[in-house]
Design a protein around this ligand. Structure first.
Ligand SMILES: *Cc1c(COP(=O)(O)O)cnc(C)c1O
Length: 432
């Protein structure tokens, strides 16, 4: 399988190079040259396959011969070594729980797959690879955990001092070894700007092989298809395929679901559930695509004003607006509605969604009101305890802390505080 740049100005590359580079030299996103097709018989038989087989069969065409079969099976097995259950909430709505991984968010799946692929590629070469990533919270934890103790790979994470939750900060700063946390005296935008400067600085990139681990990397994007298939495997009414409702920020997750659908996954429809950072829902209503600066909300992992992966969604539909609209709807949910939904769902069903899941739950409910013969799945992308400061005051109940998080909270924080300017970052990068 080869990948081309959506900006069309860089040479095509194989999976290995796309994973190491992250982004094409022309700054475009890599996109698979051909889309594999899953046989109908394969899909019909999904109930008889184990998750490792499903995931391997889905990803293998994208990896090609860059990773041998036994290694790819190992990588896939390590990626999904926790449960991904489909939980019934009421007659029409189900929750796909993606938060049973080590950092309690769905990003674990993409980060674990990517880290192991990169680890495999690093072994083949003498040069160390440095993963450089800016985080506003969840990405950093998943990346840190995913890459922890992966040989040949150093991870440098920039995060805005005082602006990530205490749990998130612990997930970034307590691992040590090959994981380095830089605490930036500035905002998330500062962190992102500094990372971009590093990638553009040839005097640095000649000395260090840098790559990013954000959701534009194909090795993070593509494995997110896995759990859409696991959901369908657990879906009772195979003749009435589910609507998938995805809480969306950078649109990597929903784009993986739509890719899965185009290549064979049965799905009735997709819903992009957004908070007030709703450039895509507005586009789906008006046809006008207007990016704006991100505004802070209580579902903060979706506070994205200019979603980087949406261009891949457009590409999947050949930039054909009407076909896209037939498959994708968008909803905008305010913070007030999110809180009311958390409270109501807990009261009515006993299920406690996190703020991102609540945005998706309400979007799905609204869609199903208009489509009463359909049923749907919302992706529960994080454990509510990650957002206890939002959720607990709404329900008035404490959320039990899972043991995996409890042990992290006891560990000491190790970070290097740096100024919000590029020279400070560069000086640090050259030390590793
Ligand atoms: C990152 C994140 C999202 C958004 O996912 P995208 O792939 O960026 O659209 C939603 N929920 C949670 C909890 C996240 O961490």
């Amino acid at each position: 399988m080869k990948y081309y740049s959506l900006n069309q100005k860089s040479p095509k590359v194989h999976f290995k190079e796309a994973t190491i580079k992250g982004q094409a030299p022309d700054k475009g996103l890599y996109f698979p040259e051909t889309l594999p097709r899953l046989e109908k018989s394969w899909v019909d038989d999904i109930g008889n396959k184990n998750n490792e087989t499903i995931a391997f069969d889905v990803i293998q065409p994208y990896v090609g011969s860059d990773i041998p079969e036994d290694q790819l099976r190992r990588i896939v097995g390590e990626t999904i070594n926790f449960p991904i259950p489909l939980v019934k909430i009421n007659d029409n709505i189900f929750s796909l729980e993606l938060f049973h991984g080590p950092t309690l968010a769905f990003k674990d799946i993409g980060a674990r797959f990517m880290s192991r692929c990169l680890g495999y590629f690093a072994k083949e070469r003498s040069e160390k690879i440095t993963v450089l990533v800016a985080t506003s919270g969840d990405t950093g934890g998943a990346v840190a955990n995913g890459f922890y103790e992966v040989d040949g790979v150093d991870v440098v994470i920039l995060y805005p001092s005082g602006k990530v939750s205490s749990v998130q900060e612990k997930q970034l700063t307590t691992l040590g070894k090959n994981i380095h946390a830089l605490e930036v005296k500035g905002s998330f935008d500062d962190c992102q700007r500094m990372v971009k400067q590093a990638f553009a600085d040839e005097t640095l990139t000649q000395k260090r092989l840098l790559t990013s681990a954000n959701s534009i990397n194909v090795a993070r994007w593509l494995p997110q298809q896995f759990y859409y298939f696991f959901a369908y495997k657990q879906w009772g009414e195979k003749e009435n395929p589910p609507v998938f409702c995805v809480p969306s920020g950078n649109f990597g997750n929903i784009c993986a679901g739509m890719l899965a659908h185009i290549t064979g996954l049965p799905a009735a429809h997709f819903i992009a559930a957004c908070n007030t950072n709703d450039v895509v829902p507005r586009y789906l209503h008006s046809g006008e695509y207007q990016v704006k600066p991100a505004v802070p909300t209580i579902s903060n992992a979706m506070d994205v004003g200019d979603p980087s992966n949406f261009v891949r969604v457009l590409q999947l539909f050949g930039h054909h607006y009407v076909s896209l609209q037939e498959k994708l709807s968008g909803y905008t949910i305010t913070d007030t509605e999110t809180k009311a939904t958390i409270k109501r769902v807990k009261q009515d069903t006993g299920y406690l969604p996190d703020p991102h899941g609540a945005v998706a739950y309400l979007s799905l409910e609204r869609y199903l009101e208009q489509h009463p013969h359909q049923k749907g799945i919302f992706l529960e992308t994080a454990h509510p305890v990650k957002f206890y400061d939002v959720v607990e005051p709404v329900t008035g109940e404490k959320i039990a802390i899972p043991p995996s998080i409890e042990s992290i909270l006891q560990r000491p924080k190790h970070s290097t505080v740096i100024e919000a300017d590029y020279p400070s970052l560069k000086k640090n990068l050259l030390q590793y």
